[in-house]
Design a protein around this ligand. Sequence first.
Ligand code: FA5
Ligand code: MG
Length: 417
Amino acid sequence: QCRNCTTKSTPSIEFTASTVNIDGRKFSRDKWTNVTPNILKHLNRNLHLKPGHPLCLLRENIISFMYKSFPNRAGNPIFSIYDRLDPIVTTKKNFDSLLIPDDHPSRKPSDCYYLNKDFILRGHTSAHQEELIASGLDSFVVMGDVYRRDEIDASHFPVFHQAEGVRLFAKHQIFDDEKQSAELFEDGKRTPLKQEYHTEITSKKLQHDLKTCLTKLVHHLFGTDVETRWTETYFPFTHPSFELEVKFQDKWLELLGCGVIEQQILYNAGVPDKVGWAFGLGLERIAMRLYEIPDIRLFWSNDTGFLSQFEGATPDKKIKYKAVSQYPQCFNDVSFWLPEGGINPSDLYEIVRGVGGDIVEQVRLVDEFVHPKNKKRSQCYRIIYRHMERTLNQAEVNEVHKRIEGQLTSELGVTIR
Ligand code: FA5
Ligand code: MG
């Protein structure tokens, strides 16, 4: 069940000569400013919090895995979830707090959306790592929308969603069953296997714990027969760093990046005595494979042909997305007084489909009320029309709709209002 899945309304956006104003907050413009009204209107959509949206189902599924897999000794989850942190962050959080150097390509205005020199639409959920660690948390997951300037095609969209996991360990949690002589830290050398601050055994144990957690998560989501592989990679904020890929339609698809947190980040956050791991995964990439959604743009669709396929589902339900027509929907409402004794909705559906045939995509009850004086009941159904091969025009829809109204009157005894 979603925890109070409220979604905020569309943001109020105003561009003046010297500022960009978003929901009453003013950001002064400078030579870095490159946000556009079009990208800003995705703020507050919060697809990951929208009940019945595939990204919300996936978010709930990941949360339930983390809660179940990591109980404390009283059985309560050790991970806390942050899924409504503001996507407008300082460039300090997005880059500096993660040790991303000044000349790193991810800072280029051609790759991200700046409000100005100091504020940015976060490019990854890692932007929140340091502040949450500094606030005293040892285990947390951040989920939210992230923004990157990118081409738009079936697998790229400038707004997508990430889930970030961080777990820190004190010495006794790493070496619980071992002799106290084992050490977390050493003043050593950085190698491909470890940071200069970590003993080899510390780094090995962290990598093992991290990979075990993520392998279990992937098995939880896709089943245990999914093909996976680890590759080595580089991030400024973890070392060593890895990517996890899964086989999807005969190709390897990158799901996530992860690694051992750079100890300097933990020093900066005021926890020099702990070590930890972090991962960041793309929700769309997982949802596309999980639900067989062929195009990343579909997640942003308000088309009920898409949304209704996930409506009311539970996170563990197996759903295979079925393509809907690329032609637009058209809808008409039918309102009527019910006869004495009411009607059977399935009779209504049958009549609507009987008359409308294949161009009827959905029928749903949208309103119902009882007249205060004469106690008559009224219902309103929305009929959604769509043709698989062409755009319907309103006149032909109206014609079909009229015939439906006629049959409802003659066969069910309703009185059209
Ligand atoms: C990151 O964003 C790192 N912050 C991840 C990380 C976190 C590493 C913590 C280490 C520790 P990357 O840019 O590779 O890394 O993105 C992470 C994931 O987001 C990718 O594996 C992919 O699943 C998803 N992703 C990246 N770009 C896109 C895109 N354009 N469209 C959809 N998903 C994307
Ligand atoms: Mg990557």
